[in-house]
Ligand binder design. Structure first.
Ligand code: NCD
Length: 326
């Protein structure tokens, strides 16, 4: 793998490779000493032009657990706020010897520009670009679903036969887009639920069923119900009457939590607006995978960095490195 820009171009076997390597990484994270020597001497730059807590920390933890050096760069307080272009920033990173650049940017397509511009030779990982994609989030979500469902038997399995319902602000959500492409590649059945104003116009071309009523969608007993954050910062118009009304019609409250099937899991990528799209009862219930998602995020990002930075060597060497990870 040279870059990870989206899930739309990942095949089932590419996706399973990431998930299975992430299983190996997760095993190493049970040990007392979590650090592996695999990426010693490599430099990973976290280039964050948008706010982030868990994604940035997760990439940092992943890179450090693999012994890479990590440079964190956030646009606030940098020359970007003085108007420096992406090109100049990228060329500066190149001159410092970055082997991988993890980029989060408000503009959809910025990671692809970086990867294809010729400004840098580093591998590029998209950590969220505008409303476009957030591939590592979708990979950690798929990993979490598979692990909850199949436990120690997860390796090698896809998600066929499982149903996933995604509820909320689909229109502005890069998490929803990346999940739709990946879940589809892995064979899951996907339902989207949202107010009509928060459904993208081109949704008829997506491999999904669209519903407007959350109670109807819950009655269909999905294996996983993924709740999305209402992204008020990306809304510059009125998409629903009031927050209270949103919460009443599309929020996962205690009553709806109680009517979910006994084995359904509740997911949220974070950060949660407790009391708006998800109630405290749902967020903190044993069905909630929210903290598993955070834990699994580190293993999945370790797998991605490994495949980008160590996977290109000759097969034997790469396998030896994998043995370290086992
Ligand atoms: C998501 C994001 O930034 O796209 N959060 C995350 O990465 N965990 C979703 C969101 O902000 O709602």
């Amino acid at each position: 793998m040279r870059h990870l820009l989206d899930t739309n171009s990942l095949s089932r076997s590419d996706a399973l490779e990431v998930l299975d390597v992430a299983e190996d990484m997760a095993d190493t994270q049970q040990r007392e000493i979590k650090k592996l020597p695999t990426l010693r001497g490599k430099t990973v730059v976290n280039l964050f032009f948008e706010d982030s807590t868990r994604t940035r920390i997760s990439f940092e933890a992943a890179a450090k657990r693999l012994s890479a050096d990590v440079i964190n760069f956030s646009a606030k307080g940098s020359s970007v706020s003085k108007g420096e272009s992406l090109q100049d920033t990228a060329q500066t990173l190149q001159a410092m010897g970055a082997d991988a650049v993890v980029i989060r940017h408000g503009a959809s397509g910025a990671p692809r520009t970086l990867a294809t511009s010729g400004w840098i030779t580093a591998g590029v990982v998209n950590a969220g670009d505008g409303t476009h994609e957030h591939p590592t989030q979708a990979l950690l979500d798929a990993f979490t679903i598979r692990k909850r469902r199949y436990g120690a038997d997860s390796r090698g399995r896809d998600l066929s036969g499982l149903s996933v319902t995604i509820v909320g602000d689909i229109l502005h959500s890069r998490v929803a887009r990346s999940n739709v492409w990946l879940l589809h590649a892995l064979g899951a059945e996907i339902t989207l639920v949202a107010p009509p104003t928060l459904v993208p116009q081109d949704v008829s071309t997506w491999p999904v069923r669209v519903m407007f009523d959350l109670d109807d969608a819950i009655a269909a007993e999905p294996d996983a119900l993924m709740v999305l954050r209402i992204q008020l910062e990306r809304m510059n118009g009125a998409y629903f009457p009031t927050e209270r009304e949103y919460s009443r019609r599309w929020g996962l409250d205690a009553r709806r939590l109680g009517s979910l099937g006994p084995d359904s899991m509740v997911m949220h990528p974070g950060p949660m607006n407790r009391g708006l799209e998800i109630s405290a009862e749902a967020a903190d219930s044993p069905r909630s995978t929210v903290l598993d998602q955070v834990t699994n995020g580190v293993s999945v990002r370790m797998a991605v960095l490994y495949l980008l930075l160590a996977g290109e060597r000759d097969g034997r060497h790469a396998n030896d490195e994998r043995e370290h990870a086992r």
